[in-house]
Design a protein around this ligand. Structure first.
Ligand SMILES: *Cc1c(COP(=O)(O)O)cnc(C)c1O
Length: 371
C-alpha cells in the first residue's frame, strides 16, 4: 500500500489517482515501505530498476526506462585525498534527473496521464521531456523567456512543446500553474511530486552497492531544490528502517554563494530557508532562491550531522577546470560539489580518516561556453 501524506496536515490520500499536492495546497510525501532484498538486487542487470521493489510503482505497471543508471563510481585524487566520484552525468538526457523522471513518468503512465506540464529550463525539464517521449505522453515545458537555445533545442528535439514566459522563475511557475488548471494536464513537477525523489534515491542504493554494501562517512552533493539530497535522505531512512545500516553518513549540501537560502538558514539555525535576493551564478542548476522543500532539506542535513556550505563562482571555476582536465566533461553546476569538497577538506570538516563520495550531476555537452 502506498499513500500520499500531506506534509502540513498529515492527511492521507490514496495513490489510486494522480495528485501532486494535498487538498491544503501543501507538499506531499509518500508513505511506502521499500522492500530491500540485496541478493535479488545484485542478481539483476545493472541499472536503477534493479531496485524495483524499493520503488513506489505497482508491481504490474510497465516501466518507462532506457535501462539507465548504475553509473560508474570512480576513485580519484583531490588535493592529495582519495575520493569516490559517481558519474551521474551519464544518463540519456544528460543528468541524474533521469532517475526521478523514469519513476515519475512510469507512475503517471500507469495512472493513464497523457498530458503533462513542467516548469524548468534546465535538466529537470530535459529529463521529463525525454521520458514523456519514451512513454508517449504529451509534454509542455514552461521556461523563462531568454533561456538559451542550447537548452530549449533539446526539449524541442525530443518532442516537447516549449512555452517561453516573460519575467523571472516565479512568473514561469505562476504561468505553469494557470496552464495546469486551465488544461487539465498533470503538473509533472520534479519538486512537488514525491515519486521524483523516490527515483533519485536510487543514487544512494547504487552507491551503497558499489561501496561493497557499505557507505562512505561523508557524501557531498550539490543542492538547489534538493531532489538529489532528499532522495539520498529517503534511501538512508529506508535502509536504516530495514536494519541494513547502523550508521548514517554525514550529508554535506553545497550551494552557490550567489543564491544560498539554505546555507544562510543553516548557519542561523533556522528551520525555513532564508529570504534572499539571488545574484547571477554559473551554477545555474542549483540557483534556487525559494526551495519549496527547504525545511525538509534543512532537517535532513541537520539530522545527518553534516552541513550546508556555499562556494563562490571563482571556486567553482577552478574546480570545473580541474575536473575537466581529468577528462570529466561536466557542466559548471556539477563542479560546485567539488569546490565544496575542497572547502570541507580545507576546514577539516571531513577528517583525514573519513571516506567520502561525491557526484558529478550534469553533462558538459549541454552547456557550451557562452563565448
Ligand atoms: C538539478 C541539478 C542539481 C541539483 O539540484 P536540486 O535542485 O537540488 O535537485 C545539481 N546539478 C545539476 C547539474 C542539476 O541539474
Amino acid at each position: 500500500m502506498t499513500d500520499f501524506v500531506c506534509t502540513k496536515t498529515g492527511r492521507r490520500f490514496g495513490d489510486d489517482q494522480p495528485r501532486w499536492r494535498s487538498d491544503a495546497g501543501a507538499l506531499l510525501d509518500l508513505d511506502f515501505e521499500a522492500i530491500i532484498d540485496d541478493e535479488a538486487f545484485a542478481a539483476r542487470p545493472p541499472g536503477m530498476w534493479r531496485y524495483r521493489e524499493a520503488l513506489p510503482l505497482p508491481a504490474d505497471a510497465p516501466v518507462a526506462s532506457f535501462n539507465e543508471g548504475f553509473t560508474p563510481l570512480i576513485e580519484t585524487e583531490l588535493d592529495g585525498r582519495l575520493i569516490s566520484v559517481k558519474l551521474d552525468y551519464l544518463f540519456p538526457s544528460g543528468s541524474y534527473k533521469d532517475r526521478g523522471a523514469s519513476l515519475l513518468i512510469s507512475r503517471l503512465a500507469a495512472w493513464g496521464v497523457d498530458h503533462v506540464v513542467e516548469d524548468s529550463s534546465g535538466n529537470a525539464g530535459a529529463a521529463i521531456a525525454t521520458y514523456c517521449a519514451l512513454a508517449g505522453i504529451a509534454c509542455e515545458i514552461y521556461v523563462p523567456q531568454g533561456t538559451s537555445s542550447a537548452k530549449t533545442a533539446q526539449l524541442r528535439a525530443v518532442g516537447a512543446e516549449v512555452v517561453e514566459v516573460p519575467g523571472d522563475r516565479a512568473a514561469t511557475e505562476a504561468a505553469t500553474l494557470s496552464r495546469v488548471e486551465e488544461s487539465g494536464a498533470f503538473y509533472a513537477s520534479h519538486v512537488w511530486n514525491p515519486h521524483f525523489l523516490h527515483g533519485t534515491k536510487t543514487f544512494l542504493y547504487e552507491l551503497r552497492e558499489q561501496c561493497g554494501w557499505d557507505l562512505p562517512d561523508a557524501i557531498v552533493l550539490p543542492a538547489g531544490h534538493g531532489t538529489l539530497l532528499l532522495g539520498c535522505a529517503l534511501a538512508l531512512e529506508e535502509l536504516r528502517c530495514a536494519g541494513r545500516i547502523d550508521r548514517l553518513p554525514k550529508l554535506f549540501a553545497v550551494q552557490s554563494a550567489a543564491c544560498d537560502p539554505l546555507t544562510r538558514a543553516f548557519e542561523a539555525h533556522d528551520d525555513e530557508p532564508a529570504t534572499i535576493t539571488p545574484q547571477p551564478t554559473m551554477a545555474e542548476g542549483i540557483a534556487i532562491a525559494r526551495p519549496h522543500r527547504g525545511a525538509q532539506m534543512l532537517r535532513a542535513v541537520g539530522a545527518s550531522g553534516g552541513a550546508f556550505l556555499s562556494v563562490t563562482d571563482e571556486e567553482i571555476t577552478s574546480a570545473l577546470t580541474d575536473v575537466r582536465r581529468c577528462g570529466l566533461y561536466v557542466e559548471p553546476t556539477s563542479a560546485a560539489a567539488i569546490a565544496g569538497l575542497r572547502r570541507l577538506f580545507g576546514q577539516n570538516l571531513i577528517g583525514p580518516e573519513d571516506s567520502v563520495a561525491t557526484v558529478l550531476t550534469g553533462h558538459g555537452l549541454k552547456s557550451p561556453p557562452k563565448k
